[in-house]
Design a binder for this molecule. Structure first.
Ligand code: NAP
Ligand code: NAG
Ligand code: NAG
Length: 338
């Protein structure tokens, strides 16, 4: 398999192109210059479209619009309960753009109720059928947690992983990945498999930067996808006392200087680290705005200022309490929540 981390042209562009003074406002219409990178089967596009919390309203229209405006990477999951609606949006987007299935990178995730040696195949079948596609580009284990045995998951996730490896060999998914693993779980997995994960999807944004953890993945050739890249903008998260990331003055000042929006700065920052980002929006103008983060050019000094926001170490997504399992042990703002 070719390295999935060979994503560097875009990153190089983000870092190398220096402009002077405020840049022109990035246009918000669908654009012919994007996507900048042709899709190849082994390279996850750095910008993707998230689909969590899209259950009602114009879900299919939003997904179709995302494809029409230039997204080529869609992030789905069985647990989001919307794969049929998302699938209809994918079909509509393909018709409206004249693209085919192979022009998209489609990711989905195995839920906690289908762990073990025998269940993943049925779960993937259902996902493929609902999305209306013949294969996935990437299938993640959503959590290292099997619902049937909370508290005793070590064996389960190794079995689950073995079953996912077989699904890859059968061509039902081109790659397999993990999500929400901690260092001891990932090391355990790497020690017991001949299929290292291609991608690890985890929470990452300027308030939770996890630099060392990211470096560990780079060393092991595992690509990282940043979820919730706009931090607490997801309304299901508890914002606490933290200023909204998109309203943080460090971010808004940089945005003003570079002719970008705060969301574009957050996404460009994520891509500058080599991670893919998968912002979710159900609003047409924000979907386009987020896509155009590909054209938001940050300078080194912006990145230095954004690095300081990492001192917050704030994790929004931690279901350890409700699930009664210890998650994210040894990671920033990790461990069980009381
Ligand atoms: N593996 C996992 O366990 C896991 C966990 C969490 C998320 N994910 C994936 O990651 C994706 C993204 O994360 P997320 O949905 O948690 O949060 P997010 O993408 O960081 O933020 C989404 C929220 O921000 C708003 N928003 C989007 N673009 C905006 C903009 N340009 N300006 C202002 N507000 C904007 C959206 O509102 P509107 O929709 O109203 O526009 C939505 O409420 C998910 O959809 C899912 O695919 C995976
Ligand atoms: C979905 O509906 C909302 C509210 O009517 C609207 O603001 C938004 O732009 C629509 N999204 C799309 C992709 O059409
Ligand atoms: C954003 O910041 C301004 C002032 O800096 C404040 O008045 C406003 O309430 C903030 N909005 C949000 C959504 O936090």
């Amino acid at each position: 398999m070719k390295s999935i981390t060979a994503l560097l042209p875009l990153v190089a562009q983000t870092l190398a192109v220096e402009s002077n003074g405020p840049a022109a406002q990035i246009p918000l219409e669908p654009s012919t210059i994007l996507p900048l990178d042709p899709l190849t089967l082994d390279k996850i596009p750095l910008l993707g479209y998230g689909t969590w919390n899209m259950k009602s309203g114009n879900v299919s229209e939003a997904v179709s619009w995302a494809i029409q405006t230039g997204y080529r990477h869609i992030d789905c999951a069985a647990a989001y309960g919307n794969e049929e609606l998302v699938g209809r949006g994918i079909a509509d987007g393909l018709i409206k753009t004249g693209l085919t299935r192979e022009d998209l990178w489609i990711t989905s995730k195995l839920w906690n109720d289908h762990h073990g040696l025998n269940s993943p195949e049925a779960a993937l079948d259902t996902t493929l059928q609902k999305l209306g596609v013949g294969y996935l580009d990437l299938y993640h284990m959503h959590w290292p947690v099997a619902q049937s045995s909370f508290g005793n998951n070590r064996i389960e996730y190794l079995d689950t992983w073995a079953a996912m490896g077989l699904l890859m060999e059968k061509g039902r998914t081109r790659h397999i990945g993990i999500s929400n693993f901690d260092p001891s779980q990932l090391k355990d997995l790497l020690a017991h498999t001949s299929h290292p994960p291609a991608v690890h999807q985890m929470e990452l944004h300027p308030y939770l930067q996890q630099r060392d953890w990211l470096d560990f993945h780079t060393k092991h050739g595992i690509h990282v996808t940043a979820y919730s890249p706009l931090a607490g903008s997801n309304p299901t998260y508890d914002q606490g006392d933290l200023p909204q990331l998109l309203n943080n003055t460090v971010l808004t000042k940089i945005a003003h200087k570079r002719g970008c929006t705060p969301a574009q700065v957050a996404l460009a920052w994520g891509m500058s680290r080599g991670t893919s980002v998968i912002p979710k929006s159900q609003h047409a103008e924000r979907i386009t705005e987020n896509l155009h983060s590909l054209a938001c050019v940050l300078k080194e000094k912006d990145l230095e200022k954004l690095a300081k926001l990492g001192e917050e170490r704030h994790r929004f997504n931690n279901p350890s309490k409700g699930w009664k399992v210890d998650l994210y042990k040894g990671l920033e703002d990790g461990g069980a929540k009381a």
